[in-house]
Design a protein around this ligand. Structure first.
Ligand SMILES: [Ca+2]
Length: 503
């Protein structure tokens, strides 16, 4: 039974590898960083465009209101229906759970009856404007992937601006204006997204489609139409996303348009349902929002395919030797060339733009071969050898040295090595066989082991051969031997990771 399982898994694995090898661009790998494939009878990494999956981003935001005391219920207040000034049975009381309407009720899961909603105080200070700013902050750069949808429990506002910030709330720019009369409210001609074309798709418009007065009972949503804008490049049913991604790769303005750290909903004038405000019954006028939808993904600059929410903060799990919350810079020691974002289009059309290891200057006694083998982390050596990225191969000295060398040569550090050379660390240059890294300068090996990374078994006579053959090699072993073991070892880790919060 056990052998049968291994056989089946191996067959599936080989089939998958062959498929990805022959059709690397046809899998829609826009969300995948890399995958293992067979190349010349061994496993190799194929790098591809990578980004985290799109998800409900309202789970990861903080909300703030301005003015802060604008939520109803303190003191308790009675409200009347907009369409009927004599129907005044809506009470708000912040101290009674069933009657309170705090901001978090804009983000809870709906489906309960009645709906839950945030509600403002009424327009009791008329004619002073009733204005509220609702700010949603992620403390992380995110990219929108679907329409933003606000669902109002009250009538939809007569004037509203949706704004965004790219710099954590320091500066703001409008996303869209909404008004029952765009000319009167914002001196803008009303427009709809379907009137835009590919050359005007980033235009900021004022729409009158979501501010109609009395029909609020039937149409409660206000939308920022992301998908309609995508469709201007990707076709009406988004069937040609490659076209959109190709444009995103080359057009910074387009990328930035869908990118933000904060959203701000500026409620400027509540629904009145009429041209005149009824000053005798101002409890008819207020804002109430039952739901806000923001679908998007962490922005990782195409260098991560997952994003984790840890200790209240989102962060990309960076690949390609990049680091930072957005993978926006190269890791230490990997500034071999300038950082660059990855690409939306998968290889071979795009490139992973992997940060490259810095080659140290050779001292008089070091050959290039010895420096490369001594100082480049093993994982990096493999990724370079196997990296199909054409840019990587632009370092002919490095690549040809590696190809002409055997990676399983044991590391030796010259006496003249620079003092700041990192011999070991806890990430890539791990001391082996139980050795401990001491100030990044040397591995303290357990008895019976030696070598720079404790990789050598110290032995004498006939026992040497057996011991050495049991030591890990820098060469990957033949895939046919490792696949069953690798697949089996994946099973417990797959089971274990099911409980992790990963986007
Ligand atoms: Ca709700």
């Amino acid at each position: 039974m056990y052998l049968l399982l291994v056989f089946v898994l191996q067959t599936l694995w080989v089939s998958w590898c062959h498929a990805t090898q022959h059709y690397p661009a046809s899998w829609g790998h826009y969300d995948v960083c890399k995958s293992q494939v067979y190349a010349e009878d061994r496993l190799a990494w194929h790098y591809m465009a990578c980004q985290p999956e799109a998800t409900d981003m309202t789970k990861y935001l903080t909300v703030s209101l301005d003015p802060p005391n604008i939520t109803c219920g303190d003191p308790p207040e009675m409200y009347c229906a907009l369409e009927n000034p004599y129907m005044c049975n809506n009470e708000c009381d912040a101290d009674t759970e069933e009657l309170a309407h705090p901001p978090e009720l804009m983000f809870d899961s709906e489906g309960r009856n009645p709906t839950t909603f945030w509600q403002s105080t009424s327009w009791k200070k008329y004619p002073k404007p009733l204005q509220v700013n609702i700010t949603l902050s992620w403390n992380k750069t995110i990219e929108l992937t679907d329409d933003i949808v606000l669902t109002f429990e009250s009538g939809r506002p007569e004037q509203l601006v949706l704004e965004k910030s790219l710099d954590y709330g320091h500066t703001w720019q409008p996303y869209q204006f909404y008004a029952s009369d765009c000319l009167d409210a914002f001196t803008m001609e009303p427009k709809a997204v379907h009137q835009l074309n590919p050359s005007t798709m980033l235009e900021i418009i004022c729409t009158e489609a979501y501010s109609t007065g009395y029909v609020w009972k039937y149409d409660k949503t206000v939308r920022f139409e992301i998908k309609d804008r995508f469709a201007l490049l990707a076709g009406p049913r988004l069937h040609n996303m490659a076209s959109l991604y190709g444009q995103l790769d080359t057009t910074k303005n387009l990328r930035d348009f869908f990118t933000l750290t904060d959203l701000r909903i500026r409620l400027l004038r509540p629904a009145t349902g009429a041209t005149m405000v009824d000053e005798n019954n101002l409890s008819r006028y207020f804002y109430a929002i039952s739901d806000i939808k923001v679908q998007g993904r962490c922005k990782c600059n195409l260098h991560a395919n997952s994003c984790v929410f840890d200790k209240g903060k989102l962060g990309c799990e960076c690949e390609h030797n990049t680091t930072g919350p957005d993978c926006a810079r190269c890791k230490r020691h990997y500034q071999g060339r300038a950082w660059s974002m990855g690409s939306y289009l998968p290889i071979p059309k795009g490139t992973a733009n992997i940060c490259e290891y810095i080659l140290p200057s050779p001292s008089r006694h070091d050959s290039w071969e010895s420096i490369v083998l001594h100082q480049a982390p093993k994982r990096d050596l493999f990724s370079r050898l196997e990296d199909p990225n054409p840019h990587t191969n632009k370092a002919p000295l490095f690549v040809s040295t590696l190809i002409s060398s055997t990676i399983s040569v044991e590391p030796q550090i010259s006496k003249d090595s620079p003092r700041n050379t990192r011999v070991c660390d806890n990430v890539l240059l791990r001391c082996q066989n139980g050795g401990m890294c001491h100030h990044h300068q040397r591995c303290q090996c357990l008895a019976g082991f030696g070598g720079i990374l404790c990789e050598k078994a110290q032995c004498q006579g006939d026992s040497c051969e057996d011991l050495q053959s049991s030591q890990p090699s820098l060469h990957p072993p033949p895939a046919a031997q490792t696949l069953p073991l690798a697949l089996l070892s994946l099973i417990p880790s797959l089971l274990a990771t099911r409980g992790l919060t990963s986007l």
